[in-house]
Design a protein around this ligand. Structure first.
Ligand SMILES: [Mg+2]
Length: 346
């Protein structure tokens, strides 16, 4: 084992001091793992994860943000033991291609495009929910509350592509129900021009809003639906909406993930966990430095589940099941409280 690495410069030393003091408020989920799991005994953990910067490293070309095989293995195991969903700003199908696991649920466009196990009886307008098969042939219920904005989104993408053509390094990504304008490769001197252009295009679309993430402008319909709503929706579709012993775990690294952290805090129980290697304002209670630590945490979680006898019955419910098995399990679970017709009446 090598010696711990000491900071080489004064700047590095002061960054370390400030990170360590931030850690006091947002302790490492690895260091506090045992305390976290002591709360979780006998409870139903539901796992929701962001993708970019959480399961994959942030890379120069967003099209190449692939997940490592090690992360895929860890995630597959997590999903065998806990209901698991990926909630990303990317298009749902794109993130599903990146993750490529069929025991995981997917929500794209910051939660505006969810493929869940069942219709949610309490979250979201039923008219936005429809039955479909996902790419693997699993039966899912799609929740797409922003469908009416599709023509406008396509127009925004076309206009942005035309207007930003002269700025080198811009990449416009159509995420179906939202648009990302990546500026990681835009020269500093061109940033203000790009920002003005994006704002001028959006002036014609009052029903849309812009937020800024990691080297990206995120454009989406200005509606009351975000990753926090998506998390609650997912819990509800698992038939756990009225359960008082659900413990949601959400791990994410960017601004839009804050909505999910806040949703967990509003629920009163759970593990909102931010991925960051530097201090930042966040509603998360726990932290992990990078996707490598996320991988370690997920591996620990599976190990804990395997060793935990107190949550045996829940493990028996979910272990080794595919989405179809889950669907049947959750139908039967939800049937007990709501009645089959209410659930299947889409
Ligand atoms: Mg992210």
């Amino acid at each position: 084992m090598g010696l711990p690495q000491l900071p080489a410069t004064e700047d590095e030393s002061s960054a370390l001091v400030s990170y360590n003091s931030w850690l006091l408020k947002h302790p490492s989920a690895l260091d506090t793992f045992n305390q976290m799991m002591s709360i979780a005994r006998g409870k139903k953990i539901v796992v929701c994860l962001d993708y970019d910067g959480t399961l994959s490293n942030i890379v120069d070309n967003p099209e190449q943000a692939v997940m490592t095989d090690k992360m895929r293995m860890a995630l597959r195991e997590v999903a065998r033991h806990f209901p698991t969903a990926i909630i990303s700003g990317r298009g749902r199908e794109k993130v599903s291609d990146f993750v490529d696991l069929d025991n995981v649920y997917y929500a794209g466009s910051h939660g505006l495009d969810i493929a869940g196990p069942l219709r949610s009886p309490t979250y979201g307008d039923p008219k936005h929910q429809s039955r479909a098969l996902d790419r693997k042939g699993n039966e899912v219920v799609l929740f797409q509350p922003a469908k009416k904005y599709l023509p406008a989104i396509e127009k925004i993408v076309r206009t942005l592509n035309e207007k930003t053509r002269s700025i080198q390094g811009v990449m416009i990504e159509n995420n179906k129900f939202c648009v990302s304008v990546h500026f990681r490769h835009v020269r500093d001197e061109d940033f203000c021009t790009l920002e003005k252009l994006v704002n001028s295009v959006l002036q014609e679309y009052e029903e849309f809003r812009i937020s800024i993430g990691k080297k990206v402008f995120e454009i989406r319909p200005d509606m009351e639906w975000d990753k926090g709503h998506a998390l609650n929706y997912f819990i509800d579709t698992l038939g756990l909406g009225s359960s008082n012993d659900v413990l949601p775990l959400y791990i994410g690294d960017d601004r839009t993930d804050e909505d999910a952290f806040k949703a967990i805090r509003n629920r009163g129980e759970g593990f909102p966990t931010v991925v960051s290697s530097s201090p930042k304002d966040t509603a998360a209670l726990y932290s992990l430095r990078n996707p490598l630590e996320v991988n370690k945490f997920l591996t620990n979680l599976v190990r804990w589940r395997k060793n935990s006898s107190s949550s045996k019955s829940f493990r028996q419910n979910f272990e080794g099941k595919t989405q179809k098995d889950w669907l049947l399990t959750t139908i039967s679970c939800a049937e007990q409280s709501l009645g089959r017709n209410a659930i299947l009446g889409l």
